[in-house]
Ligand binder design. Structure first.
Ligand SMILES: *Cc1c(COP(=O)(O)O)cnc(C)c1O
Length: 394
């Protein structure tokens, strides 16, 4: 029976599989045990001063009311200029760019705008936790393709599994590269396989590129936006945000770029989710996007040295360390330390070693594929990483 207040869980059925996120559980454990929290991926330093000053100035200069629905023109222009500068992609700031409440809202709005109930979304597992929930909200179905570490420590997928995930109901592919939680950077050849299937099956692509500036110099590939491959611009919605690139994850300013028809579809849903957000922060993110190249290279090399520091510590502690080509994250195999189940291992780690990590299996539908893997974040100050490394020493 539906209708009426009848006790029991009032939550709609399709959202019931989504309980409290693992991040809440693990962060609470970090507080309780005083452990170093390398669980959730947020930086512990502020972004560029120019950006912070611009935000403070905008608050005082009267930018405190609703900005335009698609976002402030100055930010849309900066988003377009940034994509031209770094990736050679051309988008018209008027009609081909929309500002959203973080990449998260852009992804949700894209799925809600494009998927009918029963449509299928191909995505690579392990996946960012909002993907499955957004797909469920749209009553669409996820078709996961599994990333597994190979003998070289690099994550890869089986091209046959990718092809088998496509079918007559495939509406879109949701692709995150550089990839959280694996740190994988998809190569041009891998992207070409995705592009070919999108074109063969008439599917759209929605790309989550929030780590576009975090590809390290030993990665197997530079960052290649899927939209830059032949025939892909017209079917791709390219999503990014300020949070990761400018160390301001609490600001929640993101954007989607693509052909006008796709951007307009996102806008029509987005206007009833949040309408607009973060008025005074929008001109500040425009300042950040227009910073000279030195900011972006300095950001990448800084994170790379933090990665190297944590990677060496994890290897010394006896973990099987996998390649981390990009992002904020490094994943490790716990089996060399006698672990078999990442959830169990991570629940005990704060007490045992004073460090918090996240079990990768929570990001997989195929739990067995990720059972022995756990994820550490290295977007923390060098002294914090040094502390974690000391605690992890056997
Ligand atoms: C952090 C993250 C996001 C969320 O970005 P917001 O701009 O904070 O909404 C989306 N996708 C991935 C893969 C992330 O790691």
């Amino acid at each position: 029976m539906t209708g009426g207040v009848s006790g029991g869980d009032p939550l709609v059925e399709r959202m019931r599989p989504f309980g409290t996120t693992i991040f809440a559980t693990m962060s609470a454990l970090a507080v309780k045990t005083g452990a170093v929290n390398l669980g959730q991926g947020f930086p512990d330093t502020d972004g560029p001063t120019e950006m912070l000053d611009a935000a403070a100035a905008a608050l005082r200069a009267g930018f405190n009311q609703y900005p335009p629905g698609p976002g402030m023109p100055v930010l849309r222009e900066a988003v377009a200029a940034h994509q031209r500068r770094f990736w050679g992609l051309e988008y018209d700031p008027d009609g081909e760019v929309v500002v959203t409440a973080g990449a998260t809202e852009a992804i949700a709005a894209a799925i809600l705008a494009l998927c009918e109930p029963g449509d299928e979304v191909v995505c690579f597992e392990p996946y960012y936790d909002s993907y499955a929930a957004s797909i469920a909200l749209a009553r669409a179905t996820r078709r996961p393709v599994t990333l597994r570490p190979g003998p070289d420590g690099r994550y890869a997928f089986d091209p046959d599994q990718l092809r088998a995930a496509f079918g007559p109901r495939t509406r879109l592919v949701l692709l995150n590269s550089p990839h959280n939680p694996t740190g994988k950077v998809f190569t041009r050849d891998e992207l070409q396989l995705v592009a070919d299937l999108c074109q063969e099956f008439g599917a759209y692509a929605v790309t989550d590129e929030v780590y576009e500036h975090l590809v390290f110099d030993d990665a197997g590939s530079p960052h290649v936006p899927l939209a830059s491959l032949p025939g892909m611009r017209e079917r791709t919605l390219r999503i990014s945000s300020a949070g990761k690139t400018f160390s301001c994850t609490g600001w929640k300013i993101g954007w989607a770029s693509g052909p006008a028809s796709l951007v307009s579809a996102v806008l029509r849903v987005k206007q009833f989710l949040t309408f607009v957000n973060a008025g005074p922060l929008q001109p500040a993110v425009a300042v950040a996007l227009n910073l000279p190249d030195a900011y972006f290279t300095g950001f990448t090399t800084g994170l790379q040295s933090q990665r190297d520091q944590l990677r060496a510590g994890l290897a010394d502690a006896g973990f099987g360390v996998l390649q981390a080509e990009g992002t904020y994250f490094i994943t490790t195999d716990i089996r060399p330390l006698g672990g078999t189940d990442g959830v169990e291992f991570c629940l005990g780690l704060p007490e045992r070693s004073g460090v918090v990590a996240i079990p990768s299996q929570v990001f997989y539908d195929d739990k067995d594929a990720g059972r022995h893997l756990i994820r550490f974040a290295f977007c923390k100050r060098p002294e914090v990483i040094a502390d974690a490394v000391t605690r992890l020493k056997p």
